[in-house]
Ligand binder design. Structure first.
Ligand code: PMP
Length: 389
């Protein structure tokens, strides 16, 4: 067989899929597993949105549409996303894609040269380092430390800036820690970006799930509109993970380039999916509000239950739907501990190291499961962890 390129040699599967496969294999043997591994809402797409998609299919909205997306959806997003962030966007800055992931990778392909350095959070969403590598750039991790409540440490960031730095990737609220970047950190990041003329990718996919305070966008800081690429999408806010619908908001000239990359890669994003997206944005938002309230109840319960387990310490994250408890006291690598919990307790969690080397000593639990299952899962974890002490 002919060989592969360097560009794809670093790619690995996402930990969540690997654990899901393991837990499904155990389920096939008759074991009952409680799932805390997968990062997707456990609710169905809200009925008004699903119906809009069905109606679009039945009325023939099944053909190609423009590569950067339907004008009506770009318009709706420019206005909604701008209002939520207190800035004004033109529809030409909005690019629609099949999920949020391509709206990170394609802008990277458009602005990064081989040898450029990109600073990204560790622990962080695994697709950042993957996409940086595909673009031929060098990923440079900046730690998110528990002692700073998993906020990005401005001093650590300063030491990583080099003449080759071209971009910083941010994610607020964060997967996997649930942390929100503080106002001071954000102001510092904006200063650094302007001073060194950097691009920022700001992954704001969890921005609708904030429980304490707010998670402002860096785009609203002076000088940031011309260098910020907001990546956001419908998967989490509207429980639409399988529909594949995301968007990026960026300076218009870059949006044009990304539109061309979409033209020559995916062609366009599914037309009926975008009609469902229009309903999601323009329709009633109360389902999102009730889901946020439900996630907040679950967060409070899971944080309390984790902190009741001797040897576990868990901060209360301000957003997203993840907790990232410290389990160092068990003196086992996190990956081993996650395996142990799956095998011994039938509880599927991820190792913090699935999100980078600074995740060692932590587990990630997604609380996209019912309160009842959260309590059952935590009972089992508590018993299994007690046997290790
Ligand atoms: N960013 C983060 C931080 C995520 O957690 C996810 C999904 N797990 C995505 C982006 C990708 O979302 P989408 O389904 O819109 O591609």
């Amino acid at each position: 067989m002919p060989s592969f390129t360097q560009r794809v040699s670093h790619l690995e599967p996402e930990g969540a899929y690997a654990v899901l496969a393991k837990s499904q294999a155990l389920e096939a043997q008759g074991r009952e597993i409680i799932h805390f591994e997968i990062g997707e809402p456990d609710f169905n797409t809200y009925p008004n949105i699903a119906l809009a998609g069905i109606e679009a299919i039945s009325t023939g909205k099944t053909r190609y549409n423009p590569p950067s997306g339907l004008a009506a959806l770009r318009q709706a997003l420019a206005s909604d996303a701008g209002q939520r962030r207190g800035v004004s966007f033109s529809p030409k800055q909005v690019v629609i894609g099949p999920g949020t992931k391509p709206l990170m990778m394609l802008p990277m392909l458009a602005v990064l040269e081989p040898g450029d350095e990109v600073i990204y959070p560790d622990p962080g969403f695994p697709s950042y380092a993957a996409a940086i590598g595909i673009a031929g750039a060098t990923p440079i991790r900046v730690p998110l430390l528990e002692k700073h409540r998993f906020d990005l440490d401005p001093d650590a960031l300063d030491t990583l800036i080099s003449p080759k730095t071209r971009m910083i990737v941010l994610n607020t609220p964060s997967n996997p820690t649930g942390s929100v970047l503080s106002a001071e950190t954000m102001a510092h990041l904006a200063d650094v970006a302007v001073k060194h003329d950097l691009w920022i990718i700001s992954d704001e996919i969890y921005s609708r799930f904030v429980y304490d305070g707010a998670a402002p966008s860096i785009v609203s800081h002076p000088g940031m509109a011309e260098r910020t690429i907001i990546a956001d999408g419908f998967s989490k806010a509207y429980a639409m993970t399988g529909w594949r619908l995301g968007y990026g908001i960026m300076p218009e000239a870059l949006a044009d380039r990304v539109g061309l990359l979409l033209t020559h890669s995916v062609g366009c994003t599914a037309t009926f999916t975008q009609y469902a997206g229009i309903e999601a944005v323009l329709g009633p938002q109360d389902p999102v509000d009730s889901v946020r309230a439900e996630f907040q109840r679950r967060r409070d319960a899971i944080v309390r239950r984790l902190n009741d387990i001797p040897g576990v310490a868990c901060l209360a994250p301000q957003g997203a739907f993840y907790v990232f408890p410290n389990v160092r006291s068990f003196r086992k690598p996190s990956a081993e501990l996650a395996d142990y919990l799956l095998e011994e307790a039938g509880v599927a969690v991820l190792s913090g190291t699935d999100f980078g080397e600074y995740g060692e000593g932590y587990l990630r639990l997604s609380y996209t499961n019912s309160l009842e299952n959260i309590h059952r899962g935590l009972d089992r974890m508590q018993d299994a962890l007690a046997r290790l002490r």
